[in-house]
Ligand binder design. Structure first.
Ligand code: XMP
Length: 326
């Protein structure tokens, strides 16, 4: 019979056997899989683990604080944050093609992670304790999908923050390999992780970078971040988090429309709400959200985010639409 306490005890034992006294690193994305796998390894080997969190500047409001403050407080993990927003934005300058954006974000993520890793390796070498292991939040469905292979750091780029370097010479630690998502969440709760992380809906590794249709700029990111925070807060307040799979909020940065506000004419950008219901993200339907919730979100966004004068609802299923707009 399945019991999260037993699974934790069993995994902690296994992790200790695998890692011994070596050092280990982990990439935290803010998502539930990396958060839980990292917390398990922390529980098993404590400060032999260093977690690396890359802030690529494409995060949603509050996500960095959630990791740096709440997650660290809950787990006691040794965390290094890489401040890479400037680098990512410079690399994305002038780019509006979706695939191009994804490639750039993936590449910059690898670079940022490798820089942090090089520092850690140097530090560990000085201490005479080589880093030999890398934590990966691989779930059972990922194992099945990729044919059950093990041992190498060859992860589908779709599944993590841009994809980790393919030439990593680390042995993988994958404490979630036998588990399904709901089991991972149960373990996260048992480990005392922040509820906002444990129950987080899927969020793409390239972050808000692929939710701005058009070029990614600091100013546009701020607009989208503000609108997204409002939509999330209202969906949560309405108790709808359990009903929707996720709700991308998208800024049509190159589109403008005429509006009126107070005494004046406005010429602002539309925000798209894309609430979807799904079992596995392979197919999806648009969620029939209550009109009053939609009205509240629309009113708040247009009142509180001055650059936005229109909120529109995406009523497309997948297929033919994808969940994300890019
Ligand atoms: P689409 O847009 O293909 O999205 O219908 C399916 C699911 O995958 C998420 N998604 C990503 N997740 N890295 C990720 O970790 C990515 O590059 C990425 N692109 C899309 C999307 O949010 C949805 O849940």
């Amino acid at each position: 019979d399945w019991n999260s306490g037993n699974v934790i005890a069993e995994q902690v034992e296994r992790i200790r056997e695998q890692i011994g006294s070596a050092r280990v690193i982990s990439a935290l994305s803010g998502g539930v899989d990396s958060a839980v796998s990292t917390a398990l390894v922390q529980r098993a080997v404590g400060d032999q683990l260093t977690a690396v969190f890359v802030d690529h500047g494409l995060l949603r409001a509050g996500e960095r604080q959630q990791v740096e403050e709440d997650y660290v407080a809950a787990t006691g993990v040794r965390l290094i944050t890489v401040d890479a927003a400037d680098t990512f934005l410079a690399a994305l300058d002038g780019v509006s093609d979706p695939e191009q954006k994804r490639k750039i974000i993936g590449r910059e993520f690898i670079r940022a992670f490798e820089r942090a890793q090089a520092d850690l390796i140097a530090e560990a070498r000085e201490a005479g304790e080589p880093i030999r292991f890398l934590v990966q939040g691989t779930l059972y469905p990922d194992v099945v999908e990729s044919g059950g292979g093990t041992g190498t750091a060859n992860i589908k780029s779709h599944h993590n923050v841009g994809g980790l370097p393919e030439d990593l010479q680390f042995e993988l630690v994958e404490p979630l390999r036998t588990l399904f998502k709901d089991e991972v969440r149960a373990i996260g709760r048992e480990l005392g992780l922040p509820e906002a992380i444990v129950s987080r809906q899927p969020f793409p590794g390239p972050g808000l970078g692929i939710r701005i249709v058009g070029e990614v700029t600091r100013e546009r990111l701020e607009i989208l971040r503000a609108a997204d925070a409002i939509a999330r807060a209202e969906l949560t307040a309405a108790g709808l988090d359990g009903e929707i799979w996720q709700c991308p909020v998208v800024l049509l940065a190159d589109v403008r429309s005429v509006g009126v506000q107070g005494d004046g004419r406005t010429y602002g950008h539309p925000i798209v709400l894309r609430p979807v219901s799904s079992e596995d993200a392979m197919t999806a339907d648009w969620t029939r959200l209550p009109y009053d919730v939609l009205a509240k979100i629309s009113n708040r966004i247009t009142n509180e985010v001055s650059e936005v004068n229109r909120v529109v609802l995406d009523v497309t299923s997948k297929p033919p639409g994808t969940i994300e707009w890019e």
